[in-house]
Design a binder for this molecule. Structure first.
Ligand code: NQM
Length: 363
């Protein structure tokens, strides 16, 4: 019942996040046993995660579980698990587009997919949502090459590009059925283009939206407002009681300052992101195009292109997003695409912290 004493594991940076990647076959099949093992592997619950692989922040306390897919439209299944840093919780209620960037290379490294001679495309089913993505990356001579010239804000240096294409997702783009809602006297747009996200004008919450993540996290009055808005947004979006969930995310919007379309600060949902999530950015980019949505008042969308530059605390993220507005009713997503990078950091065996002794027990 306590899981194995050692597990094969690869540590990878995926986009601006870092996580432990596993083959599903190397982990216990029973979710409760798997999650208890992952807590011990990552060092949770402990705000420093001192006794495990986790990096003491939600962005570095992430897990990818990868397996061959039975879906004819996918090569591999990718289950994302958020290991909560300071609580004994593991959540499968969200996707992660940053960790997704490492899934294709990992699938090749572990022999689940045969690499092409120059590049490889891996079709991925994201188990958390049932949505699909295709990741394409260089594999010269049939091996993953992590070196290259692609640069993403929030990561030092350059690396090989991982181009990710997302077809329209299964969930409605506007889960409340409206382009705009009002919660607690604040106009919001609730949008889901891969990540349930609540768009709010920063000015509506009496902040500029250009503050540092640290300053925003220190603002307890803001945290209380965001918490109340999130609980109600979760209900309106059909997510039920989200008090213990990692979704929806909340993105504060402000006019662009660096030549982009919009400036953002994203709460995931309590800590403020040091950049922005990939699917979070996909939801923001789609939200900015929704007639009547709150983003249309703040954003400066460049004409004639699907590409949107989203400014965030450590730079920007470019993402392509187009909507289908030709049919009756609410808009839907047509296509989303992004370039990320990923890197294998370490491959080996992880030794989980020992399972807690049963209370009062002696061994
Ligand atoms: O939105 C953090 C990250 C993410 C999620 C979070 C992500 C995405 O940057 O696709 O990548 O929102 O919890 O890793």
């Amino acid at each position: 019942m306590t899981g194995p004493a050692e597990v094969r594991c690869m540590l990878m940076r995926g986009g601006t996040s870092k996580g432990a990647y596993f083959l599903a076959a190397d982990l216990p099949a029973e979710p409760a046993v798997r999650d208890e093992l992952l807590l011990r592997i990552m060092g949770s619950p402990d705000e420093r995660q001192i006794d495990g692989l986790g990096g003491a922040h939600p962005l570095t306390s992430k897990v990818a579980v990868v397996s061959p897919s039975a879906d004819p439209d996918a090569d591999v299944d990718y289950l994302f698990l958020q290991v909560v840093v300071d609580k004994p919780e593991v959540s499968d209620r969200q996707n992660c587009g940053n960790i997704l960037a490492g899934v294709g290379p990992f699938a090749v490294e572990r022999g689940l997919v045969t690499a092409g001679e120059r590049e490889t495309s891996v079709r991925i089913r994201m188990v958390n949502s049932g949505d699909h993505a295709t990741a394409t990356f260089p594999t010269p001579g049939g091996r993953v090459d992590y070196t290259g010239e692609a640069e993403i804000s929030g990561v030092p240096g350059t690396a090989a590009p991982v181009v990710i294409e997302f077809p329209p997702g299964a969930n409605p783009l506007l889960p409340t059925g409206r382009a705009r809602d009002e919660i607690d006297g604040v106009p919001v747009t609730c949008v889901d283009n891969g990540m349930p996200t609540v768009l709010i004008e920063a000015a509506a919450l009496k902040v500029t939206g250009y503050e540092s993540p640290q300053d925003l996290e220190a603002d307890t009055a803001l945290a209380d407002r965001l918490h109340a808005i999130r609980l109600e947004a979760g209900r309106l979006m059909g997510l039920g009681d989200v008090s213990d969930a990692t979704v929806p995310k909340l993105t504060l919007l402000a006019p662009p300052r660096e030549g982009g379309a919009v400036s953002t600060r994203t709460f995931i949902p309590v800590r403020c992101h040091t950049s922005i999530g990939v699917l979070g950015a996909a939801s923001v980019a789609a939200g900015l195009r929704i007639a009547g949505g709150v983003g249309t008042e703040t954003a400066a969308l460049p004409p004639g292109t699907d590409r949107v530059r989203i400014e965030h605390p450590t730079g920007f993220l470019d993402i392509e997003s187009s909507l289908d507005t030709t049919h009756q009713g609410l808009p839907t997503s047509r296509r989303t695409a992004v370039v990320r990078t990923a890197r294998k950091i370490f491959d080996g065996t992880v030794f989980p912290r020992a399972a807690a002794r049963p209370l009062g027990g002696h061994r």
